[in-house]
Design a binder for this molecule. Structure first.
Ligand code: HEM
Ligand code: HEM
Length: 538
C-alpha cells in the first residue's frame, strides 16, 4: 500500500471503492491489434459523439406539433404555418450559434454509427468471432444494431419537415399493413389518425431517453463481455487458442483508443463543417398531401424502402378486412426474416460442425468458404433491395424506364445472390488450394536454374515459418455420413449429414504435419538449406 504525502487521499478512496485491485487486474489486460478491430471502436466513438451533440440539440429543439407561423430570418418560409418542432429546427440551424454545425455533426455521426456497427457485424461474421463463447455478444450486438436503426429513424423524424414526415408516413403504412390489428396499432402509436399531434413528442421521449438508455446499457454489457472473454486474434506466429498476443490496455491500448476517439470526432466535425446534410429549410414543413420527388431515407432504411417499392401490389379482401401483402411482406416480414437468420446463424453453424470448444482464433474467411459465400450473397441481396429504394433516382440519372428497373430488380434480388455465392465460394476454395500449394511447393522465385545435365527448372521459395503458422492454424471438421458417430459420441442424422456436406464439402484438404515435413525434407535435399519446423494445429 503506497504511503507518503498525498497518498492518504488516494487510500481513503481506495478503501471505499476498491479500484486499485480492479485496476491492477484489468489495466495490464492484453488486447490484440488489427485494423478490423477498429470498426467496433468507430461505432462506440460515434455513439459518444451522438450523446454529446444530442444533449446540445435538446437545449433548443422544441418537441411540439403545435402550429406557429414562421417568423425567423429564413425569408423563403416567412409566414408559413409549421409545427414548433420544425420552427425550432430552423432556429437551431440559423440562429443558434454553432447550431447548424452541431446538427450536421449529429446527423453525420448517426450515419457513421449505423454504418460502423454494420461493417463491424460483417467483420464478426466473416471471421467467425460469433463462435463459442461469444454467441451472447453476437445477440447483444444485433439488439444494438436494431436499436440504432430505430433511434436513427426516430431522430430524423423529429424536425417534422417534409422528408421526415414522408418517412413517418412510410412507417405508418408498415403498421397499417399488419393484418387484423394494423389500424389499431396506427391509432395506438399516433394517438389517432396519422399524423396527429402526438408523434413528435412521443418520438422525442423515445429518442433522447428510452433508446439511448437501452443502447448505453447494452454497450456496457457488450464491452464487459469483450473484456471478460478477452478479444479474439487472427492466426499468426505464436498465437494459439489459449493465449492472447497484443499490447497491454494501459498505457498502449488506452493511448491508441483515446487518440482514435479524437480522430473519429475530428473527421465527423470536418464532415459537419463541409458536407451539408438534411437541409430541412429546402424541404419545408410536413404536409401529408405532399411528397417531394427524389425523397430518400437515411441509408440504413433504404433496403426496406426498396423492398416495398418492388413488391407487386398483392392485396386480399376477406370479409371486412384488407390484407396488404404489398407492404406487410416486404416490410414487416423481411425485417423479421433478416434478424431471425442473423440470430440463428451461430447456433446453426455449431449444430452443423458439432464443435463445442471455445474458439479464440479467428477464421481467415477463405477457410470457411460456405460461410463467406453466404455472407457475400446476403450482402448482395441487401444491396439489390437498397438499390431498389433508389429506383426513381436511378431512372432519372441514367434515363432508364422506372418500370424496367422495377422488373429487373424483382429478378435481381434472387439471381444476384446465387451468382455472388458461387463466385465467392470458388474464389475461397481457389485461395485455399493456393495456400496448400504454397505450403507444400513454395512460390516460384523467378530464378531459373540450369542443371548440370542441361535441364532448366525454376527455384521455389518455401514459405517462412511465420507464414506457415498462419496458413495452417485453422480448425477443420470432417464431413460425416448419416448414421456415423461424431467426436462427441452423437449419431449424425440424415439432415445434419446433408448440411455438413453443403457447409464443409468443398474445402481443400488441410496440409498435414507429415505432408509439411515431407515437403521440407524434399526442399532441404533439393536446395541444400536446412529444413525448418512449422507447427500444425487442428
Ligand atoms: C466486439 C462495440 C455492434 C458483435 C466489439 C468491440 C467493440 C464493440 C468496441 C471490441 C473491438 C472490436 O472487435 O471491434 C460495438 C458497438 C456496437 C456493436 C458500439 C453498436 C452499437 C455489434 C454488432 C454485433 C457485434 C451489430 C454483431 C451482430 C460483437 C462481437 C464482439 C464485438 C461478437 C467480440 C469480437 C471479438 O472478440 O473478436 N464490439 N459493437 N457488435 N462485437 Fe460489437
Ligand atoms: C435529431 C440520430 C442520440 C437528441 C436526430 C437526427 C438524427 C438522430 C438522424 C436528425 C438530425 C437532423 O435534424 O438532421 C441519433 C442517433 C442517436 C441519437 C442514431 C444515438 C444512437 C441522441 C441523443 C440525444 C439526441 C442521446 C439527446 C440527448 C436529438 C435531438 C434531435 C435529434 C434533440 C432534434 C434536433 C434536430 O433534428 O436537429 N438524431 N440521435 N439524439 N437528436 Fe439524435
Amino acid at each position: 500500500r503506497p504511503s507518503g504525502r498525498g497518498m492518504r487521499i488516494v487510500n481513503w478512496h481506495d478503501d471505499r471503492l476498491g479500484l486499485a485491485k480492479m485496476g491492477k487486474e484489468n489495466l495490464r489486460k492484453v488486447f490484440p491489434d488489427h485494423w478490423s478491430f477498429l470498426l467496433g471502436e468507430i461505432a462506440l466513438y460515434s455513439f459518444v459523439v451522438l450523446l454529446l451533440t444530442g444533449v446540445f440539440l435538446t437545449i433548443w429543439f422544441k418537441p411540439s406539433m403545435a402550429e406557429v407561423d414562421y417568423n425567423g430570418p429564413y425569408q423563403l418560409l416567412k409566414g408559413t404555418p409549421m409545427s414548433e418542432a420544425f420552427a425550432s429546427t430552423l432556429d437551431l440551424s440559423f440562429e443558434v450559434r454553432g447550431g447548424l454545425l452541431i446538427r450536421q455533426i449529429h446527423h453525420w455521426a448517426a450515419i457513421l454509427f449505423v454504418a460502423a456497427a454494420t461493417v463491424h457485424m460483417l467483420r464478426i461474421f466473416f471471421t467467425g468471432a460469433f463462435r463459442k463463447p461469444r454467441e451472447i455478444n453476437w445477440l447483444i450486438g444485433l439488439g444494438l444494431l436494431m436499436l440504432a436503426m430505430v433511434e436513427g429513424f426516430a431522430g430524423y423524424s423529429l424536425p417534422d419537415d417534409l422528408l421526415s414526415g414522408t418517412g413517418l408516413r412510410f412507417a405508418d403504412g408498415l403498421m397499417r399493413a399488419i393484418p387484423l390489428v394494423g389500424t389499431w396499432v396506427e391509432f395506438f402509436v399516433f394517438n389517432g389518425e396519422f399524423p396527429g399531434t402526438a408523434i413528435v413528442p412521443r418520438l422525442y421521449m423515445v429518442h433522447i431517453l428510452l433508446i439511448p438508455a437501452l443502447i448505453l446499457g447494452l454497450v456496457a454489457a457488450h464491452l464487459t463481455l469483450v473484456v471478460y472473454h478477452k478479444h479474439t486474434q487472427y492466426p499468426g506466429p505464436g498465437r494459439t487458442e489459449k493465449n492472447v498476443v497484443g499490447y497491454p490496455l494501459f498505457p498502449v491500448y488506452a493511448a491508441k483508443a483515446g487518440g482514435f476517439f479524437f480522430v473519429v470526432f475530428g473527421v465527423l466535425t470536418l464532415m459537419g463543417t463541409f458536407l451539408q446534410i438534411n437541409p430541412v429549410w429546402k424541404f419545408g414543413p410536413y404536409n401529408p398531401g405532399e411528397v417531394t420527388a427524389g425523397s430518400q431515407p437515411d441509408w440504413y432504411m433504404g433496403w426496406l424502402e426498396g423492398a416495398v417499392r418492388i413488391t407487386p401490389n398483392w392485396e386480399w379482401h376477406i370479409g371486412h378486412t384488407t390484407w396488404s401483402w404489398n407492404i406487410f411482406l416486404p416490410g414487416v416480414c423481411l425485417m423479421g426474416v433478416l434478424f431471425t437468420l442473423l440470430v440463428a446463424w451461430p447456433f446453426v453453424e455449431k449444430w452443423i460442425t458439432g464443435d463445442e470448444s471455445e474458439r479464440h482464433l479467428l477464421d481467415r474467411p477463405r477457410n470457411v468458404p460456405t460461410r463467406t459465400a453466404l455472407g457475400v450473397a446476403a450482402m448482395s441481396c441487401y444491396a439489390m433491395f437498397w438499390l431498389s429504394g433508389a429506383n426513381d433516382i436511378v431512372a432519372t440519372h441514367f434515363h432508364l424506364s422506372l418500370n424496367a428497373i422495377t422488373y429487373f430488380m424483382r429478378g435481381a434480388i434472387f439471381v444476384v445472390p446465387i451468382i455472388t455465392y458461387q463466385i465467392t465460394k470458388r474464389i475461397c476454395v481457389a485461395l485455399q488450394r493456393n495456400d496448400r500449394q504454397r505450403l507444400l511447393h513454395g512460390s516460384p522465385s523467378g530464378e531459373i536454374i540450369r542443371e548440370p545435365n542441361g535441364a532448366f527448372h525454376e527455384a521455389h521459395v518455401l514459405v517462412s515459418d511465420d507464414e506457415a503458422w498462419t496458413l495452417t492454424q485453422h480448425k477443420t471438421y470432417p464431413v460425416l455420413t448419416a448414421g456415423s458417430i461424431d467426436d462427441r459420441g452423437r449419431k449424425v442424422s440424415k439432415t445434419r449429414a446433408r448440411w455438413m456436406k453443403w457447409f464443409l464439402g468443398d474445402n481443400a484438404p488441410k496440409v498435414t504435419h507429415e505432408e509439411l515435413e515431407a515437403a521440407r525434407h524434399h526442399a532441404e535435399i533439393g536446395s541444400g538449406r536446412s529444413a525448418t519446423q512449422a507447427e500444425i494445429t487442428d
